[in-house]
Ligand binder design. Sequence first.
Ligand SMILES: Nc1nc2c(ncn2[C@@H]2O[C@H](COP(=O)(O)OP(=O)(O)OP(=O)(O)O)[C@@H](O)[C@H]2O)c(=O)[nH]1
Ligand SMILES: *[C@@H]1O[C@H](CO)[C@@H](O)[C@H](O)[C@H]1NC(C)=O
Length: 434
Amino acid sequence: MVKFKRNSQFVKLIIIVLITVQVIDCVDRDGFCNIDKKEECSENLESDTRYIFYDVNPAEGFNLRRDVYMRYAIFAKLLSDKTEEYGDIRLVLPPWSFLYHWQDIGKPEQIPWGSFFDLKSLQSFAPVIEIHQFFQETKVRFKKVKIEEVYVLQHFPDMFETNKFEDKMSVGECNVRPDTKFFHYKNLTSDNIQCLSFHGFTSQLEIIIEESSARSILFDRGEVALHDYFGQKLYWECRRSMRFNSELVNFANKFRRKFLNSNNIDDNVNIPDDWRYETLHRKALGGPYLAVHLRRKDFVRARPTEVPNLQDAAEQIMIELEKLQLSTVFLATDAPNEESNKIAAYLREKNYRVVKYEPTHEDLIKYKEGGVAIIDQIICAHAQYFIGTYESTFSFRIQEQREILGFPCEKTFNRMCGGKTRQCSPPTVWKIVY
Ligand SMILES: Nc1nc2c(ncn2[C@@H]2O[C@H](COP(=O)(O)OP(=O)(O)OP(=O)(O)O)[C@@H](O)[C@H]2O)c(=O)[nH]1
Ligand SMILES: *[C@@H]1O[C@H](CO)[C@@H](O)[C@H](O)[C@H]1NC(C)=O
């Protein structure tokens, strides 16, 4: 993302300083420890455990990261079916820090997955662990852990020029100078970092696992590798296992009861405690409200023809409320308050009820922006009818949730239209598969 002006002396100097610092940093010092030197590092490391790490381009948001998780969870699940060949596979979950859209609080928070998701449920699909469990398992008598092999995935520069779309990978020159510290931990590093030009599916990374004897491998820029099973049964199993943290679910359910007259029994969205017992049905009714996810901020600039202006958004919402014979809209949005207040004012003027979840300061500290986003998503997922924003991964995750809950497709795959005509193609329908 950062572009250096090569002619600037100052930048050159900075680069030299940075390189020098990094070279010094790579030198093996006392206290560095290699995970495979078992005697030195750890008494508890089980001998055939292999840790797979992945990370994602820092510029990617929360909801795309959830999608990248699925690629690696499925990958790890399939590898873990081959214990004979690969040993005991564990996928180490990348903690959440410095997310692009989230407020920068000046320090990496390293939020564990359990804050947002139900870890047990994730583990009932794939052999995933939190990074603190990895630290625990590799523990004592050393200060730094080296990941034995790091592959920074990158696109082939010529991919779109040559149109050679056959699958391929090769270790080569790095397009971007890679980091030597991982997940913002000072004590997690590697002296074996390679760039892997890659075009293909996550499953093809199995070749690396196969040919390597490393006990810890990190795939950085993991989003470069694509889904193998997009939209298929395995994809949906993985997606269904991504149950949310129960505190967030309880909070959202309370909110539904209190402000939206919505509960699972009346809404007919009761799902079993364990995702593995879910079955296909499309009988969900949802609560007596329309839910709208209105993505604004960067989308207003990036997709001007797809995102309506505020008055237009309000008018589209009114038309839908009228059609549905509903009087309440739940509005989920990243818009600043001035904007969402304007929309609400248009609607209230016409006697519609506008409900928004506005987290208190305590909510934000407790649930963080990710938790707050999930609460909004849960509430949207339980509405009688949902309208999302074109090509927003935030909206996609809500649509998936509604597929899991069993809503008829036509009540889920709808979007706000931009432009004057208010006519736009409907979103792609990704139906759940069992
Ligand atoms: N609470 C809340 N947060 C939102 C909403 N819409 C967007 N956000 C925030 O804005 C961020 C950006 O959206 P994401 O969908 O995660 O980012 P992304 O992966 O780049 O996806 P796009 O929406 O496709 O940009 C989210 O992570 C949320 O923190 C919303 O309706 N409610
Ligand atoms: C590395 O640092 C983190 C936090 O700073 C700590 O939780 C973890 O235990 C450390 N790991 C090791 C192996 O010392």
